[in-house]
Design a protein around this ligand. Structure first.
Ligand code: E4P
Length: 216
């Protein structure tokens, strides 16, 4: 499973990249706004900076909701750097635009996916990635991992090439479950990635080894 970091924060992207396990980055308008990025030029420059840190796919989201403007915006985003993947919302014009991008060699990430029906449509349109929002599904009392499992089964049976990108990850257990359920990619906040490191027996064991090493 590939690891993406889900943030627009350059320091966190650098920290995750320095671990040597980072395969890419996802952003969204909320995450970009959180970093105080405003205006077309600043947005493009920020994506450029992210692409200079990480050698992997970087999702940049369109802000339009009609076919023509999504295509115009997506072409500009894709022109920023070869690693940019155009993130398009799961709406009627979004699907139409994903098909257009697919036919014209521009890679896409279909975002805001909450059902298998939506996941089938995204795959049919040729999306490179599809992003089911696990945490937000869990927040509503359903099990987000069931969706990943169902998508994995359907994509395998149908031979769809779209990669399942588990998104809206809230903790380390989500990452483990996403891997178990067959996600191709997991996009995570830095804290959830670092959470995978934690085990009290590791800390206790290391403290004992370092103590005993004094007698070596
Ligand atoms: C996916 O690409 C989204 O940016 C993200 O995972 C949404 O997560 P949230 O539900 O924590 O906002």
């Amino acid at each position: 499973m590939k690891f993406f970091i889900d943030t627009g924060n350059l320091a966190q992207i650098k920290e995750a990249n320095d671990l040597g396990i980072l395969d890419g980055v996802t952003t969204n308008p909320t995450l970009m706004a959180k970093e105080g990025i405003k205006g077309t030029e600043a947005i493009a420059n920020h994506y450029k900076s992210i692409c200079e840190i990480v050698n992997g796919d970087v999702s940049a989201e369109v802000l339009s909701t009609d076919f023509t403007t999504i295509v115009e915006e997506g072409k500009k985003l894709a022109g920023i750097h070869p690693n940019i993947v155009v993130k398009v919302p799961m709406i009627k014009d979004g699907i139409k635009a994903i098909k257009w991008f697919t036919d014209n060699g521009i890679r896409t990430n279909c975002t805001l996916v909450f059902s298998v029906g939506q996941a089938i449509l995204a795959a049919k349109a040729g999306a490179s990635y599809v992003s089911p929002f696990i945490g937000r599904i869990d927040d509503c009392g359903w099990d987000g991992m069931d969706l990943i499992g169902q998508m994995r089964h359907i994509y395998d049976v149908q031979g769809y090439k779209t990669e399942i990108l588990a998104a809206s990850i809230r903790n380390a257990l989500h990452i483990i479950k996403a891997a178990e359920s067959g996600a191709n990619v997991c996009t995570c906040p830095l804290d959830s990635i670092l959470g995978l490191l934690k085990h009290p027996l590791t800390d206790i064991g290391l403290a004992k080894f370092l103590e005993d090493a004094k007698n070596m």
